[in-house]
Design a protein around this ligand. Structure first.
Ligand code: PLP
Length: 409
C-alpha cells in the first residue's frame, strides 16, 4: 500500500489524508474500532506496553486507533506550514476529548494548581465563563477578567500579579465576535513566562493558526466547524510541549475520563476532510449576510469581522485569513423583535451550536449565555436584542430570502 512520502503542500490534502494509517484489511477509511480493550500476545507484551517499552493500544479510555486518526489530522492542520525555532516542521500533540468542555477541563487541571490565577477577557463561551467563575475558584484557582483588547491594561495586569500563570484567550469570541491580538498578547505573556492557551473554535485552523504566534496550547470544540455536520460532540487539546503533553497532560486526560469514542472520532475525521471547501463557502455567505443585515432598517448593529465598522476589524485582518462564518446582530426593537424574527424563520434553523452546514440562529442572552450574570452580559455586549448567527453553506439567495421574510413579517 503506498503511503505519502512527500509533505502535503495544500491544506485540503492534509485535511483529507493526514493521520491516516493503511488498514491491515485494506479498508479505505479508518474502521470504527468498537473495542474497549486490546489483546496481548503474551503477559510480557502487556508489561512492555504498560511500561512504554512497546507502542500499542491497551484500553480505549487511553487511546484507540480511530481516535488517533482524528488527533493526528487536527495536529497536522494546526501546524500546517509552520516551523519551530530550529526551522523544522512544528510538531504538535493533540488529545481528543468527549467535548470541548472536557478538553478545557483537562487544560486547566493539568496546568494550574491552587494559588494560581488565569487572566482572560470578556465574552467567553458561556460554559468556559462558568467553569472559570464557579468551578475553579473552590479549587483555589482564581480568574481575572479584563478587556484584553486594551494592551496597556493587559501589560499592567501581567506585570503586577505574579500569581498569574496562564493567559486564556478566545478569539473571535462568542457571541460578540470580539478579537484579541494573539501576537501582542503572547509577546507580553512570554515576558513573564506565562502559558498562553487559545480557543480556536470559531476560526478553525483554516482561518487562524495560533501556534504561528508562539502560543503553547490550543483547544477546539470539534463539535462545531471541524466536524462540520452537527453529528457528534467532541473537543481537542493541542500542545507544542510534547514532553508535557505526553506526560502530565495525558495523565490528567486519562484520569479525568473525558475521553472521546471511536464513533464520534470517525465522524470527525470524515468531517474534517471538507473543512477548506466548507469554510470558503461559509465565509463567502457570511460576508453577503453581513452586508444585507447592515443595510436593513430593522437591524441596529451587525458584529462581523469582515465589516470595517467592527472595532476589531484590524486585529482580525492581521491574524485571520478571512472574517469567518460567525456574526451577531442587534434588533432595533429589542427582545420582542428578536423573538418574532426567530419565530418567523423558515429554512434557517432555530438552535444553539454553530459550524454546521445548516444556518443556525440563537438568542444568546436567554440561551447560550443564560448562565452568565445579567450585569456581566451587559458589560460584555450581550444585550437582549442580540441574535447570533452561524452562517451555513446553503445557497446564499435562499439564506437572504429567509432573513428578509423573517425580518419583514
Ligand atoms: C461549543 C464551544 C465550546 C464548548 O464545546 P462543547 O463541545 O460544547 O463542550 C467551547 N468554546 C467555544 C468557542 C464553543 O463554541
Amino acid at each position: 500500500m503506498p503511503g505519502n512520502k512527500f509533505p502535503f503542500s495544500g491544506f485540503s490534502s492534509a485535511a483529507v489524508h493526514a493521520g491516516h494509517q493503511p488498514d491491515p484489511n485494506y479498508a479505505h477509511l479508518v474502521p470504527i474500532y468498537a473495542s474497549s480493550t486490546y489483546v496481548f500476545d503474551e503477559a510480557e507484551q502487556g508489561m512492555r506496553r504498560f511500561s512504554g517499552e512497546e507502542e500499542g493500544y491497551i484500553y480505549s479510555r487511553w487511546g484507540n486507533p480511530t481516535i488517533t486518526e482524528a488527533e493526528k489530522r487536527i495536529a497536522a492542520l494546526e501546524s500546517f506550514g509552520l516551523v519551530d525555532a530550529t526551522g523544522n516542521p512544528l510538531a504538535l500533540k493533540a488529545i481528543l476529548h468527549a467535548s470541548g468542555m472536557a478538553a478545557i477541563s483537562t487544560l486547566f487541571i493539568s496546568h494550574l494548581k491552587a494559588g494560581d490565577k488565569v487572566l482572560s477577557h470578556y465574552s467567553l463561551y458561556g460554559g468556559t465563563d462558568e467553569l472559570l467563575e464557579k468551578i475553579l475558584p473552590p479549587l483555589g484557582i482564581e480568574v481575572i477578567i479584563a478587556d484584553l483588547r486594551n494592551l496597556e491594561k493587559a501589560r499592567e495586569i501581567i506585570q503586577s500579579d505574579r500569581s498569574i500563570k496562564m493567559l486564556y484567550l478566545e478569539t473571535p469570541a462568542n457571541p460578540t465576535i470580539q478579537c484579541v491580538d494573539l501576537e501582542e498578547l503572547t509577546r507580553l505573556a512570554k515576558e513573564k513566562n506565562l502559558l498562553v492557551a487559545v480557543d480556536n473554535t470559531f476560526a478553525t485552523p483554516y482561518l487562524q493558526q495560533p501556534f504561528r504566534f508562539g502560543v503553547d496550547l490550543v483547544i477546539h470544540s470539534t463539535t462545531k466547524f471541524l466536524n462540520g455536520h452537527g453529528t457528534a460532540i467532541g473537543g481537542v487539546l493541542i500542545g507544542s510541549d510534547l514532553d508535557h503533553m505526553n506526560g502530565n497532560v495525558t495523565k490528567v486526560h486519562r484520569l479525568l475520563g473525558g475521553n472521546s469514542n471511536p464513533f464520534d472520532a470517525f465522524l470527525l475525521s470524515q468531517g474534517i476532510k471538507t473543512l477548506e471547501v466548507r469554510m470558503q463557502r461559509h465565509c463567502h455567505n457570511a460576508m453577503e449576510v453581513a452586508g444585507f443585515l447592515e443595510n436593513h432598517p430593522a437591524v441596529s448593529r451587525v458584529n462581523y469581522l469582515g465589516l470595517s465598522s467592527h472595532p476589531d476589524y484590524h486585529t482580525a485582518s492581521k491574524q485571520m485569513s478571512h472574517a469567518g462564518a460567525m456574526l451577531s446582530f442587534e434588533m432595533k426593537d429589542g427582545l420582542e423583535a428578536a423573538k418574532k424574527f426567530i419565530n418567523n424563520l423558515q429554512m434557517c434553523i432555530r438552535a444553539v451550536s454553530l459550524g454546521t452546514c445548516d444556518t443556525l440562529l440563537c438568542h444568546p442572552a436567554s440561551m447560550t449565555h443564560h448562565g452568565v450574570a445579567k450585569e456581566h452580559r451587559e458589560r460584555y455586549g450581550i444585550t437582549d436584542g442580540l441574535i447570533r448567527m452561524s452562517v451555513g453553506i446553503e445557497n446564499i439567495q435562499d439564506i437572504l430570502m429567509d432573513l428578509d421574510q423573517a425580518l419583514s413579517n
